[in-house]
Design a protein around this ligand. Structure first.
Ligand code: SF4
Length: 307
């Protein structure tokens, strides 16, 4: 009979599952998750939700050891679910250009036949087109606004929007399902209907197939962090969230306000012929596809197997 500790040791040598329950109203289908980096993400987004997780605390921790372990972990796990990179610290840190930890993880996962879901805010992902065009990958890049000033204020360490759009175009041209996340949509900052319409049209123009949208859900400390950068803006947003409901540690705008914003974006997205999903809004009846792009990797795999 297998000993208890041996069973546990073996389990820790497999890929771990994405922990959906820690996100309120999460509609993600089951998947594995790999974090090539832990600790504080260099993109330094003021609105970052990951700040509430212990794995995000402290300086950036590149996981060099994972490079040695990932091949064995992937081989011990059945490739029946996709693997997401990553649920907290962005897998395409500026340091990834030098360390290539994410790339080496991808090499091992692709070799074992895992479908891949990338979630990033960096155009560095386009470096790995060769691996991602293996036929079973979808890439989500967050583009919150076309306005550089918004990005410099709210995402000061992330590549500017035009570089993210360029990466989306390169992915689409390489035949990789390109997904854009308009997340978060912040009242009074990037929720102007004309700006959102313009953004959606640009996403269509660069070849995006699917858009996932989500309103800002502040976590503890958000207003304080914002207040250090812009006290008037922090005060204005605090007022906008005065009636927010807290769900699992996230501040939710009243449902009518969320419905209005999400429906607006949905209308533009469907008009442009893309699929749409909301993320953690409790508005899943508005979704026309799966929020994380899973539907596209299977669609893509079906298409390639028919040749
Ligand atoms: S890129 Fe993502 S993980 Fe990194 S700071 Fe921004 S929101 Fe947080």
């Amino acid at each position: 009979m297998r000993s208890w500790w041996k069973g546990r040791a073996e389990a820790s040598e497999r890929l771990s599952r994405f922990n959906a329950p820690r996100y309120a109203y999460c509609t993600c289908p089951p998947k594995y998750n790999v974090n090539p980096y832990l600790g504080r993400c260099a993109h330094n987004c003021l609105y970052c939700y990951a700040v509430k997780f212990p794995s995000f605390q402290g300086p950036l921790k590149p996981r060099f050891k994972l490079v040695r372990e990932i091949g064995r972990m992937a081989a011990r796990t059945r490739p029946k679910l996709p693997v997401m990179l990553s649920d907290t610290t962005d897998p395409y840190q500026p340091a990834e250009a030098r360390y290539e930890i994410t790339r080496k993880c991808l090499e091992a996962l692709v070799k074992e036949g895992f479908p891949i879901l990338i979630v990033t805010k960096s155009d560095l992902v386009a470096r790995d087109l060769d691996l991602l065009s293996s036929g079973k990958a979808a890439v989500s890049i967050t583009v919150t606004s076309l306005d550089d000033r918004f990005s410099r204020l709210m995402e000061p360490g992330a590549p500017p929007p035009f570089r993210r759009l360029k990466a989306l175009r390169r992915l689409a041209e390489a035949g990789i399902p390109a997904i854009a996340r308009i997340d978060p949509i912040i009242p009074g900052l990037n929720d102007n209907p004309e700006d959102l319409e313009h953004l959606v049209m640009r996403l269509k123009d660069v070849g995006v197939k699917h858009v996932t949208a989500s309103t800002l859900k502040p976590v503890r400390g958000f207003f304080k962090r914002l207040g250090k950068v812009s006290p008037p803006l922090a005060a204005r947003l605090q007022e906008a969230y005065r009636q927010a409901e807290t769900v699992a540690g996230y501040g939710y705008l009243p449902s009518q306000a969320r419905l209005k914003t999400v429906s607006l974006v949905r209308g533009y997205v469907l008009r442009e012929g893309m699929t749409f999903a909301s993320c953690r809004e409790n508005l899943q009846h508005l979704n026309t596809s799966i929020c994380d792009g899973t539907a596209y990797i299977y669609r893509q795999a079906r298409l390639s197997s028919s040749f």
